[in-house]
Each structure stands twice: as C-alpha cells, then as structure tokens.
Design a protein around this ligand. Structure first.
Ligand code: PLP
Length: 473
C-alpha cells in the first residue's frame, strides 16, 4: 500500500472510529450470534491475490462486527470493565505505526524511560509508597506469575531455576477461596503444582482470614513443605472482597513468605484518597499489581506491576544470549528481564496520553462517579421488596438476585435468576454476568465503562425489574 493510499484509508477509518464511539450504544451489547456463525462467513483458504481495502473494511462491518461484544458500550456491566478512551486509542495508533519492539533500552530508549516515569506517576496516583518500582505486564496473570516465580526462587535459595523443583520439598502458595483463578493457573505454570495451592477460608465479608492463613502455613511447614507465596486480593472478582493487608503481611513477615497483592480491578479506586486505608500494611508487601486496562481508561493490554526489589525479579527472569547484549546494559533498564516474554510493545505511550489528557483530577472524578452510580443502584435494589443483594456492594460492583415473595426453594431461585440473566443478555440492551455467592446463583453488575451515565444504570434497573417480574409472574 502506497503512502497516499494509506493516508486515505487511515482518514476513513478514523472517521469510522469516531462514528463507532458515537453510535456504540445502538449495537447489542453482547454479540447475538451462534457458535460457528462468524466462522461460516470467513473463507476457508487465504486469498492468493491482495484485495482492495474498501472490500476488506466492508467485510469487517458485514461479517465481523456482528460477532463482536461491545465492551465500550455504556450498558456493559459484565465481568470487569476493559474501558478504553479516545486518548488511549490515539496513542495505540501511534504505537502501531511506530511498530517498535521495545525489549531493550537500546531498541527504543524512549519507551523504556517513559515506562519507568509513567509507572512512577501511577505509583504516586494510587498512594503506593516510594520504594516500589513499576513495570508494565500484559496482564495481572503475568504479574502474579512473576511474583510466584520470584517467591519460588527466593524460597529455594535461587536454585529452582537451575535445578528444577524435583529435588526439593513442595513449595506452597496461599490465597483465599475467593481469589481469582489466575493464582492457581500461575502455580501450575510455575511448576509448583495445583495441589500445593491452599485456599484459605474467608470471613463474613469474604476477606481472607489471617488466623486461618497462619494455621495453614504452620501446618504445611510441620509437614515438610516450604510456604513460598501469599496472594492477597484487593477486590476479588466475584464480590470485590478486600483482604486485610496488615495482619496478612505480619503473618508473611513472621514466616518469611512473599506477599503479592492482586488489585487488578480495585487498584484504580486507590486514586481516591478515601479508599487508601485499603493499603494499610503495604510496608509488608513485596509486589503489587493493578490493571489500568480494566478501570483506568487505557486499552488492553496494560497491567501495572510494582515490585519492592527489582533485583530479585531480574535475577529470576534474566538470561543473556550474546545477541541481546548491549553496550549500555550496566547503566539502563532492559525491561525484557522484568517479564516472561522477550518482546514488548510500546505500552507506556497510551498511559502517558491518558494521564496527560485527563489529568489526575478528572480520572478521580470519573472513578468516583462509577462508584456513586453503583451506590444508587444498591439503594434501588435494597428498597425493592422482591430483590436482594447477595453480597455487600464493593466500590462499583454489586451482586443481587431476584426473589419474588413466596419463592424460597434455593434450586428454583437459582433457575429463575439464571433465566433472568439469559433473558437480559439476549435482549442486547445490557450485559451482566453470573456469580455464585455462598452457593446462591447471583447476578453481578460491574459499573465502569467510560461512557456510562446515570441514565444507563436507570435503564438497566428498569429492564431488570420488568424482565424479572414478567418471568416470575
Ligand atoms: N485478578 C483479578 C481480581 C481479576 O478480576 C482478574 C480478571 O478479571 C485477574 C486477576 C486476571 O486479569 P488479567 O486478565 O489481567 O490476567
């Protein structure tokens, strides 16, 4: 494609992008296609000759778009948000155009130095103390993996990397029964074995119980295992539970166990000083992750991983073939040593665009607005006689179920709410996900899309009530 042609198509696509963001509300939120429907529209063999861009874009609109779930739709209340923003999209365009592979300082010094700087901006914004150094990972799962790997090396005196784990005693990892499945997956990947992950009991607010954690560590040690890592959560995926960092940190200190904090979603709320008490005990924390790609208006992927001792992380991951050596190596950061993949996109640029374009005050205002909307929905749900919250609201996350008067059979209530959720999502008007809270089928609402306003939450609540009452009648 010649430059003039590229320019023409790029302009047209920017118009498409702006129109899309303007009309995103007119699409069904969750894709309404059946399995295989999109595949059936895609040719089985690749084209032999190049095709005109007009045709490719037309087919994108006709054959691909119907199979997209619109995550930037203001009535997207499913999972956690992956909210992007116009400044972030603009930066992504530049990143794609530069097409740089930023694995080493030398392969793009600006990418490395900007990453260090914007991660320190983020550290300040969420109130993490000095002494934490940041790196961008592709996902919270990768950050947890890095934490478990570093903990593994520390617990084995840096031998597991050399000798493998077969020779030593089992290493154990601890998290609550509410913790995201990433911890278990990462323990598998790190070679620790899933059965060496201890799921610790939670209290009445779904937070990890430090006394149960300590008992498990003591018991494992007595049985010959080496407790290596605790993954505490600020904002679990199901109900948004907040594990108490101070007492957990004290247990970790007493037993020499690595403490990682997974704040993948809730970390963005730490921009608001009123939530900073969640960081009480942070001095005991070895590593911390939160995802600007969830709730900080920054396109996926962008996971902010902070470590207290970067040397430990680098010692765990570094490997130096001759072709990756550089003259500057002793003076600079080579982020390839800070994460599992070697190659890295220029991800700091979108954060730089977002943080500068909005400014901290506007980011705080937007996150506070999401939390306030969830607070309003909580009030409406609590006041409705035939609905109930199944867990306390956490920030902008709610779990509820429909419970019409006279219907008390647990299995029937589960089925009714399952049908309610399917009907709501099939309508295309909004998108919610399911959860189990203390065994009860629950509907989970997570508010956090950039374009979500009060009217969207009001409309969602209206539809939830009407659909539920029609089903329950
Ligand atoms: N931790 C929590 C609390 C999450 O909610 C999620 C995903 O929603 C993850 C970890 C995994 O995030 P990622 O997709 O960045 O690996």
């Amino acid at each position: 494609m010649e430059t003039a042609e590229f320019r023409r198509h790029a302009h047209a696509l920017v118009d498409w992008m702006a129109d899309y963001l303007e009309r995103v509300e007119t699409y069904p939120v969750r894709a309404q296609v059946k399995p295989g429907e999109i595949a059936a529209r895609l040719p089985l063999a690749p084209p032999e000759e190049g095709e005109p861009m007009e045709r490719i874009v037309r087919d994108f609109e006709r054959d691909v778009l119907p199979g997209m779930t619109h995550w930037q739709h203001p009535s997207f209340f499913a999972y956690f948000p992956a909210n992007s923003s116009p400044p972030s999209v603009l930066a992504e365009m530049l990143t794609a155009t530069l097409g740089a592979q930023c694995m080493l300082w030398q392969t793009s010094p600006a990418a490395t130095e900007m990453e260090t700087r914007v991660l320190d901006w983020l550290r300040q914004l969420i109130g993490l103390p000095e002494g934490f150094t940041g790196v961008i990972q592709d996902s919270a799962s990768s950050a947890i993996l890095c934490a478990i790997l570093t903990a593994r090396e520390r617990a084995t005196g840096w031998r597991a990397n050399e000798e493998g784990l077969a020779a030593g005693p089992p290493l154990t990892v601890y998290c609550s029964t509410e913790t995201h499945s990433a911890t278990e997956k990462d323990a598998k990947v790190a070679g620790l074995g899933r059965r060496n992950v201890r799921k610790i009991a939670v209290d009445e607010r779904f937070a990890l119980r430090p006394d149960a954690l300590e008992a498990a560590i003591v018991e494992d040690r007595a049985a010959g295992a080496v407790p290596a890592c605790v993954v505490a959560s600020l904002g679990t995926t199901g109900v948004g539970a907040m594990d108490p960092l101070r007492p957990i940190g004290e247990v970790c200190r007493r037993h020499g166990v690595w403490l990682h904090v997974d704040a993948a979603w809730a970390g963005s709320a730490l921009l608001l000083p009123e939530h900073r008490a969640l960081l009480d005990g942070i001095e005991h924390v070895d590593s911390f992750v939160f995802n600007p790609h969830k709730w900080l208006f920054t396109n996926f992927d962008c996971s902010a991983h902070f470590v207290r001792d970067p040397r430990a992380l680098v010692r765990t991951l570094e490997i130096l073939p001759a072709f990756l050596d550089t003259r500057e190596r002793p003076q600079v950061i080579d982020y390839r040593d800070w994460s599992v993949p070697l190659g890295r996109r220029f991800r700091a640029l979108k954060l730089w665009f977002v943080l500068r374009s909005y400014g901290a005050a506007e980011l705080r205002r937007r996150i506070a607005a999401h939390i306030a909307l969830a607070g309003e929905l909580e009030t409406w749900l609590t006041a409705a006689p035939d609905f109930e919250l199944t867990a306390p609201r956490s920030l902008a996350l709610l779990n509820f179920r429909y419970r019409p008067r006279g219907l008390d059979d647990p299995a029937a209530l589960d089925r009714l709410n399952e049908r309610l959720l399917a009907a709501l999502n099939d309508s295309g008007a909004l998108y919610l996900t399911q959860n189990r809270v203390r065994g009860r089928y629950s509907i989970r609402v997570s508010i956090g899309q950039r374009a979500t306003e009060r009217r969207h939450v009001e409309a969602a609540w209206q539809r939830i009530q009407e659909t539920a009452r029609a089903l329950g009648a």
